[in-house]
Design a protein around this ligand. Structure first.
Ligand SMILES: Cc1cc2nc3c(=O)[nH]c(=O)nc-3n(C[C@H](O)[C@H](O)[C@H](O)COP(=O)(O)O)c2cc1C
Length: 174
């Protein structure tokens, strides 16, 4: 399981989010400007973040995503910051999707500077996501569609009913 963190940040807000994620999974966050940023080995989970500037992503982030080689990344978790809207997250997700990268349904968005409470909730969340995906890969269940919650509830109900019936039949034969 290979996990990496990449981010684009002009003023430091997104960098701070990247560092908070990093503290939960012990992976160095690397700015896309860093010479080590390009992905050269397959990645199972990419945490990637950026901000919104004049309603757009920074062109350097657009270019970075565009240059990710086909098939290099299995799944991405997106994080972002802006003054007003979640658009940076949607823009990053949409570009990654165009590259054929799976998008984790969870994303992390913060208006402006990260609030202190992120330090409590984000590191364990990041660690849980990494663990979950690692387990799916290990068990060979990655990519399988989970059953819809309503189907899970119906199955649980049927199982409970069957167990109750079996118990009453046991009692009847005692
Ligand atoms: C030049 C510039 C343009 C911006 N344009 C937008 C914008 O169009 N919409 C928005 O919601 N926030 C906008 N912002 C706010 C940033 O997205 C926000 O401050 C973000 O936290 C910056 O992240 P960073 O510190 O990692 O660069 C802009 C900020 C700057 C400096």
């Amino acid at each position: 399981m290979r996990v990496v963190i990449r981010y684009q940040s002009r003023g430091g807000h997104v960098k701070e989010i990247a560092e908070i994620i990093s503290s939960g999974i012990d992976i160095e966050p690397i700015s896309i400007d860093d010479p080590r940023a390009p992905l050269t080995k397959p990645v199972d989970l990419l945490f990637i973040g950026g901000a919104l500037y004049k309603y757009r992503l920074d062109p350097s982030l657009e270019e970075y995503i565009e240059n990710i080689p086909e098939g290099m990344v299995r799944q991405a978790i997106v994080f972002g910051s802006s003054a007003l809207t979640r658009r940076p997250v949607y823009l990053i997700q949409s570009r990654l999707k165009d590259k054929g990268i799976d998008i984790n349904p969870m994303a992390l968005y913060m208006r402006g500077k990260p609030k202190p409470y992120l330090r409590e909730i984000v590191p364990p969340w990041a660690a849980r996501e990494v663990k979950k995906i690692a387990k799916q890969i290990e068990e060979g269940t990655y990519g399988e569609e989970p059953e819809a919650p309503i189907v899970q509830m119906m199955k649980a109900h049927e199982e409970k009913k069957a167990a109750k019936q079996a118990k009453s039949e046991d009692q009847a034969t005692d």
